[in-house]
Design a protein around this ligand. Structure first.
Ligand code: AMP
Ligand code: MG
Length: 394
């Protein structure tokens, strides 16, 4: 099946849409499920379609300096399309770095994926809280980060949400409304405070609450993005764009331009249509929105970002949340959490986060408004004439 990437690269006036072939399974399908109930399920495998769908940059191969090379590699990993683009004048160095990056993504996926039976996360889930499980330092670091954000967001972000995620199955062919009793039980099991992580001489051991299931889907891509950035810098790469299904990090100069121009997906428009452009350098940009992955049943749309308190897709008054910050792990957890928290709580939460910027899109009676943090006032350019831009006072 041919996949249309949600990223398009625009060189001057030419829009080149990248197409990928995914091995096994489609990324976007419409299907009828269950005899009798004609129900259309539109699902998008993966947060593939998270975010920022347009990368805009000036330079193409003609305008970049002669010695400047561009190397790009794409793959289907972490349930999404990952794409790494490197710029530099030493093609041998760039090729080596991109090879290592792809291997690193695979290695991390093997630790963190809920779908790979030997992963740390799957081993924890198989133990189901019956006994402590020894996990790698990296998984422990990420789980600790996830718990830190759970604490700070008072449970809006919660990595023990796995039972709820599994019951709904959004993004899979078995997506369906869960049985209410089973959902109540899943909500009862969702509680990040029940996790204990013990660092011992012979390793790090995690004990979850009985019956709990871990899901790091709301933070793992951010972590992998940070690790790839670290690797690329170590390999001497000086300019790169890392895109893990819309979880973006850029560093160094964009060819010719200096700053990178990243278009942010319009929450109500087809993939690839952006409502604004963030001009950024050396940061990560992560968007969460209900349009990324969902299914429809009897005319109601159910999306993939859950309120841990109810077990249902969060009834957020936000149409999308974009978080911009130095650390992609933090930006990833935060974009998910702010979406759950909704506009009012997000605004007050952002006040305490001095090094984080955000674009919160919300519908008001007077129309759709993109609220941006102050520091972004000059670097976020609204392109959509039907939207208004307002400042969030921080
Ligand atoms: P994102 O696309 O980064 O906003 O993350 C959404 C993914 O995170 C979902 O597909 C689930 O795997 C997981 N998730 C959903 N709701 C939550 C939540 N409230 N806290 C933590 N993870 C969540
Ligand atoms: Mg997230």
């Amino acid at each position: 099946m041919l996949l249309r990437s949600h990223f398009a690269i625009i060189n001057g006036n030419v829009c080149e849409t990248i197409k990928l072939k995914k091995s096994g399974g489609g990324i976007q399908k419409t299907m009828k499920a269950k005899a009798g109930t004609s129900r259309s399920i539109v699902y998008l495998t993966a947060a593939a379609v998270t975010v920022i769908l347009m990368l805009l940059y000036w330079a193409n191969s003609d305008s970049a300096s002669r010695s400047q090379q561009k190397i790009q590699r794409e793959s289907y990993r972490l349930g999404t399309i990952v794409r790494i683009t490197l710029y530099g004048d030493d093609s041998e160095r760039l090729n080596k770095a991109i090879d290592l990056s792809m291997k690193e993504i695979e290695r991390l996926e093997n630790l963190l994926s809920v779908n790979i039976p030997s992963s740390d996360v799957s081993r924890l889930n198989s133990a189901s809280g019956d006994h402590p499980v020894k996990i790698s330092e990296e998984t422990a670091f990420l789980l600790e980060k996830a718990l830190e954000w759970s604490e700070r967001t008072e449970g809006a972000f919660d990595p023990t949400i796995g039972k709820i995620v599994k019951l709904w199955g959004i993004g899979t062919e078995r997506a369906a409304l869960p049985d209410p009793e089973e959902l109540r039980e899943a909500v009862r099991l969702t509680d990040f405070r029940k996790i204990s992580i013990v660092h011992k001489e012979d390793g790090i051991f995690v004990q979850t609450g009985k019956g709990q299931r871990i899901d790091l889907g709301g933070i793992a891509k951010g972590y992998v993005t940070d690790k790839i950035k670290e690797l690329l810098i170590k390999e001497g790469v000086s300019s790169a764009l890392i895109d893990l299904g819309g979880n973006i990090a850029v560093f160094g100069d964009s060819p010719k331009m200096g700053k990178w121009k990243l278009g942010i997906q319009h929450p109500f428009r087809p993939r690839g249509e952006y409502f604004g452009i963030a001009e950024v350098s050396d940061v990560s940009v992560v968007t969460s929105g209900p349009y990324e992955r969902y299914f429809e049943s009897d005319g109601v749309r159910y999306h993939h970002i859950f309120d841990p308190a109810t077990g249902y897709p969060a009834r957020s008054d936000l149409a999308s949340v974009t978080v911009i910050g130095a650390d992609s792990t933090d930006a990833d957890a935060l974009s998910t959490a702010l979406f759950v928290m909704g506009f009012g709580k997000s605004v007050s939460f952002l006040k305490d986060l001095k090094n984080i910027d955000a674009v919160l899109v919300t519908e008001k009676p007077e129309g759709t408004i993109a609220y941006v943090t102050h520091k972004l006032s000059g670097s976020f350019i609204l392109k959509e004439s039907d939207m208004k831009k307002e400042m969030i006072s921080q």
